[in-house]
Design a protein around this ligand. Structure first.
Ligand code: DQA
Length: 147
């Protein structure tokens, strides 16, 4: 089965408790369960990681390339707006990648409007709550099937 790396960035381990008016009440574990259920139906295998550390996220992306992972689903959270290192890692591995956000980053504070990784991923899905992840995984499946 094609393997997909699912990467959750900083503070997403607090989902379900953190700013629930913006991010909803599901925990990261519950979101991962939904992703795994969808993946089973799509015939994909997920390797799911969360880190609060930029360098660790970079290493997961590099390892994905070495492990012959077929695609990356990433919510880089706050690093979306600051991390040249994560952007460069995604560009380096040249894997199909979908950027997702629970909230619509373009409707929020100005500093969230800019995504440094948007230019190196295949596409971005944001603003659909937890469904952003599920839409993103469907998009990734399509991308992998097309290539
Ligand atoms: C987020 C949006 C980011 O701006 C924020 O820093 C997050 C979560 C989202 O999923 O909506 O931590 O990526």
């Amino acid at each position: 089965m094609p393997q997909i790396l699912v990467l959750h960035g900083p503070n997403l381990n607090l989902l379900g408790r953190r700013e629930t008016d913006i991010y909803g009440t599901l925990s990261l574990e519950q979101i991962n369960q939904k992703l795994n259920e969808l993946a089973a139906g799509l015939g994909l295998e997920l390797d799911i990681k969360q880190s609060n550390h930029e360098g660790e996220l970079v290493e997961y992306i590099q390892q994905a390339y070495l492990n012959h992972t077929k695609g990356i689903l990433i919510n880089a959270a706050a690093y979306t707006h600051t991390s040249v290192a994560i952007r460069d890692a995604i560009a380096a591995v040249k894997l199909p990648a979908v950027e997702v956000h629970i909230s619509n980053i373009h409707r929020r504070e100005k500093f969230r409007h800019k995504s440094l990784i948007a230019a190196v991923v295949t596409g971005q899905i944001c603003g659909f709550g937890v469904n952003s992840y599920l839409l993103g995984l469907n998009a990734l499946k399509q991308l992998i099937t097309d290539t």
